[in-house]
Design a protein around this ligand. Structure first.
Ligand SMILES: Cc1ncc(COP(=O)(O)O)c(C=O)c1O
Length: 385
């Protein structure tokens, strides 16, 4: 069989393998606490569920426009105006089946053999996978614990060459829970201003889950970036809709038609029913969401305090998303060994830092998308490693 050589460049997302293993152990009767998976443990709010049921009853069963229903793209255009004062036309909004396809499309449009793409390491594993699949050189931007896993602007500058076509930024960050505030984003934009030919993919999928009353500093707030900025966003994390497969993104004029053409070729459109549900999510009450964020804040405080009480673990304070990224080097184990013992001997599913790049061998990712009660029990179990 003549399999395409490119396919061997694709990597995977270990969190899914951890989930499968944790589910298997649970089905064998083991008591497993899952702190591995990156999805909220809450149900999709009821008003959103009802909107989906209504969409089915109203007969929204067919294909939609490949870039998404006009009402939804208009709602996104209004949302970014209200939230970030960003003037984005609905024609520059693309609705996709989840946020992930935006990484795929960006890599296909801006990758290829001649180009270099800079991505955060540790970072969401799909970035490196898709860059390599596109044929481009994947250039890791090391995020360090000493910088609270924020971007070191001088280091980023050193990595930019005349072959750099795209820089991927993720704020708040998966897997570290790091959050870059307005001042830091400002410094980043100052640097980007010196490289007008470099495009930016800003992955802001955790933009609504930010702690300590900080505000999301979106790159959409900088009109000077608009002709080369792609923003990845979506419903999965904010509205607890990971399984609905719905994401939104903003594209510059020069790329939107190409991006839409990839959608026509690949997925035709996002699920019509999810799109109507997504419309209700944006236009409907946000009270449930505020409650969920305040629950994540409580859990963050608990996880941060309790992890730092353990002898062999130290953890910096997460500023957003629902992850903690403790350093476990004092245990004498690396992240993979620690996670293996955690799952097989203590019944706690975690993801090793090595799943997120080459710069986090002595870390593990803890997702606090689980009840406080389960988190308490999990930390008790981890204290015995
Ligand atoms: C940083 C980051 N970007 C994008 C995604 C993809 O989200 P979606 O489930 O909407 O495809 C995830 C999901 O875990 C993520 O953590």
């Amino acid at each position: 069989m003549q399999v395409s050589k490119r396919i061997f460049e694709l990597e995977t997302e270990t969190a899914f393998a951890v989930l499968a293993k944790a589910n298997k152990l649970a089905s064998e009767g083991k008591n497993i606490i899952n702190l591995g998976i990156g999805q909220p443990d809450f149900n999709t709010p009821i008003n959103i569920q009802e909107a989906a049921i209504k969409a089915i009853r109203d007969g929204h069963h067919g294909y939609t426009a490949s870039n998404g229903i006009p009402e939804l793209r208009e709602a996104i255009s209004k949302l970014v105006l209200d939230k970030y004062n960003a003037k984005i036309k609905p024609e520059n909004v693309l609705i996709t089946p989840g946020g992930k396809p935006v990484i795929f499309i960006s890599a296909l449009l801006l990758g290829g053999e001649d180009n270099e793409i800079i991505y955060p390491d540790p970072g969401f594993p799909i970035y490196r996978s898709m860059i390599k699949y596109s044929g481009a050189k994947a250039v890791p931007l090391k995020l360090s614990e000493k910088d609270n896993f924020e971007i070191d602007i001088d280091h980023l500058k050193e990595l930019i060459t005349d072959k750099t076509s795209l820089i991927i930024v993720n704020n708040p960050n998966n897997p570290t829970g790091s959050f870059m505030n307005k001042r830091k984003i400002h410094d980043l934009v100052n640097l980007l201003d010196h490289y007008p030919n470099v495009s930016i993919l800003s992955d802001e999928i955790y933009s609504n889950i930010i702690f300590n009353d900080e505000k999301m500093p979106s790159l959409l707030e900088y009109p000077n970036l608009m002709n080369r900025l792609i923003v990845l966003e979506g419903w999965s994390k904010t509205y607890c809709m990971t399984g609905w497969r719905l994401g939104w993104s903003i594209w510059p004029d020069k790329l939107i038609e190409h991006a839409n053409k990839i959608c026509v070729n690949y997925n035709s459109c996002a699920t019509s029913i999810s799109q109507y549900a997504g419309l209700e999510a944006i236009n409907g009450s946000q009270i449930e969401i505020l409650k969920i964020v305040s629950e994540f804040q409580k859990r963050k405080e608990y996880v941060y305090d309790e992890l730092n009480k353990l002898d062999k673990v130290s953890c910096f304070e997460p500023g957003g998303a629902f992850y903690a990224f403790p350093n476990i080097s004092k245990s004498g184990l690396n992240g993979s060994e620690f996670s293996k013992i955690a799952l097989e001997e203590k019944g706690v599913a975690l993801v090793p830092g090595s799943s997120f790049g080459d710069n986090a061998d002595h870390f593990v990712r803890i997702s606090f998308a689980n009840s406080l009660e389960n988190i308490k029990e999990a930390i008790k179990r981890l204290s015995a490693i």
